[in-house]
Design a protein around this ligand. Structure first.
Ligand SMILES: [Ca+2]
Length: 459
């Protein structure tokens, strides 16, 4: 379906570049939070229900049956409220491939179009293990669209790309909020295309407070799968940030992305990419595939990340490093300008693993805690709330625009913002927190680093 992600010629680090993943960013701290909040000056509300009919008017009493019917009806300022139940692929629409909801009608700057599950995760987009390849796809320049509180699962495509939400084709200004996107791309395939939770090729995107987990194709032996190449090790991602300025990924919980990266930043240059206050756990463990975030310059065209911040994230159970960066050895190195990576916690590894062909001037590392247990409530059960003795409590960087946490709790609690997707609610255990923090030491000081220093981070 849709566009291809053509593999590069085999090179030393070929695999990273083929992955479809994400990234995003936002840049200077001063403008974090610049993405607007889906303003609407008033419009119609359409209702959708499994008991409805697409010959109905879409009122609360006579709802539509398919979300697609609502998507084909909306005008700027309209809201689509989707009732509890399962929504599957209903047939061809304007999008290429099998897409459950093809969004080709968008909103306007002061009149967004909003698609929202009436009850959080009550409306379930079910791809039927590959009967549909994507949940929502924005195409044809549709912009100013918010997608909120849906559950999406079972979307896969053994012959191409798949995704929970795909944002591209000329549109901009999207918000992906509060969705649970899981079990995506669970098929046996040799495709070089990515199976992704969210794909971003657009400017002005906010991905906030989503739960994204178990994305990626089957590994050898799973359900009898016998792939003929090794793409299953590195092609499928939680968030694939292909291109786009002013992209913010914050307060998300992302885990079990084992066949690629939680966040892929590749291949286009971008500015104002902010990755803030996410909790990322249980990533790729394959030999030579490091990190939870990969940032990689392609072999041609170069790649520059500027005015961006990666801060207040927790990386748990990563392979060697939280962030893996490098370049394919083309005519230009991977470059940075005013990129701050600070106040992150890495449970069992180091912050960065940097390969060759990087120009690290413009990269600032500060106050990251390496090889530090964040002390989650119950990580084996995927409960990543902080315990009272967590070193993440009150250790975050104050970030304008990050006003709440994954649960919607107001930040900060206890005077300072916490690291990770969850703000700890009880500030009464300050003594134990200070004790825990005294046992760890930031990995670096607040200064720019050079390539040699980056290489030192590899040791
Ligand atoms: Ca706090």
């Amino acid at each position: 379906m849709r566009r291809l992600f053509v593999p590069l010629a085999p090179q030393r680090f070929f695999s990273v570049c083929k992955c479809v993943a994400l990234v995003f960013g936002i840049a200077c701290l001063a403008i974090i939070g610049a993405v607007p909040g889906a303003p609407q000056r008033g419009g119609a509300t359409y209702h959708v229900s499994p008991t409805g009919s697409d010959s109905n008017p879409g009122s609360e009493a006579r709802p539509f049956r398919t979300i697609q019917k609502a998507a084909d009806s909306v005008k700027p300022g309209d809201t689509v409220l989707v009732g509890d139940g399962v929504y599957a692929y209903s047939g061809p629409n304007d999008c290429h491939g099998k897409v459950v909801v093809c969004v080709s009608r968008g909103g306007a700057p002061d009149n967004w179009v909003v698609f929202r599950s009436k009850n959080k995760w009550g409306a379930k987009i079910d791809g039927g293990e590959g009967k549909a390849g994507a949940g929502f796809v924005a195409q044809g320049g549709a912009s100013y669209v918010r997608i909120q509180d849906f559950e999406m699962t079972g979307l896969a495509n053994a012959n191409g790309s798949a995704g929970g939400i795909d944002l591209f084709d000329g549109g901009s200004h999207f918000q992906v909020i509060g969705n649970r996107i899981h079990n995506i791309g669970r098929v046996c395939t040799n495709t070089s295309n990515g199976q992704n939770g969210v794909f971003i090729e657009a400017d002005n995107v906010l991905v906030e407070a989503n739960l994204i987990h178990d994305v990626g194709r089957l590994a050898p032996g799973q359900q009898g799968c016998r792939p003929s190449n090794e793409y299953w090790k590195n092609h499928d991602h939680g968030v694939y940030h292909d291109r786009g300025d002013h992209v913010t990924i914050r307060n998300n919980v992302i885990y079990n992305i084992k066949q690629g990266w939680a966040i892929q930043v590749w291949p286009k240059s971008r500015a104002h990419m902010n990755i803030l206050n996410n909790t990322i756990a249980f990533g790729n463990q394959h030999n030579g595939k490091l990190g939870a975030i990969v940032m990689w310059a392609p072999s041609s065209g170069g790649m520059k990340v500027s005015d961006s911040t990666i801060a207040n994230n927790i990386f748990y159970g990563v392979n060697t490093a939280a962030i893996w960066m490098g370049g394919d050895g083309g005519e230009e190195p991977m470059r940075f300008a005013n990129v701050r990576i600070s106040n992150n916690i890495i449970s069992n590894g180091v912050l960065l693993r940097a390969e060759e062909n990087i120009s690290a001037s413009g990269l600032i590392l500060a106050d990251n805690l390496e090889k530090t247990d964040p002390k989650f409530a119950d990580p084996a059960a995927f409960d990543f709330h902080l315990r009272s003795d967590s070193p993440a409590i009150d250790a975050g960087l104050a970030l304008p625009g990050v006003a709440t946490d994954y649960d919607g709790r107001v930040r900060p609690q206890g005077g300072r913002v916490d690291i990770g997707a969850y703000e700890y609610a009880d500030s009464s255990s300050r003594t134990s927190r200070l004790r825990a923090k005294s046992e760890t030491k930031p990995s670096d000081s607040n200064k720019a680093v050079n390539p040699n220093r980056l290489k030192g981070a590899n040791q």
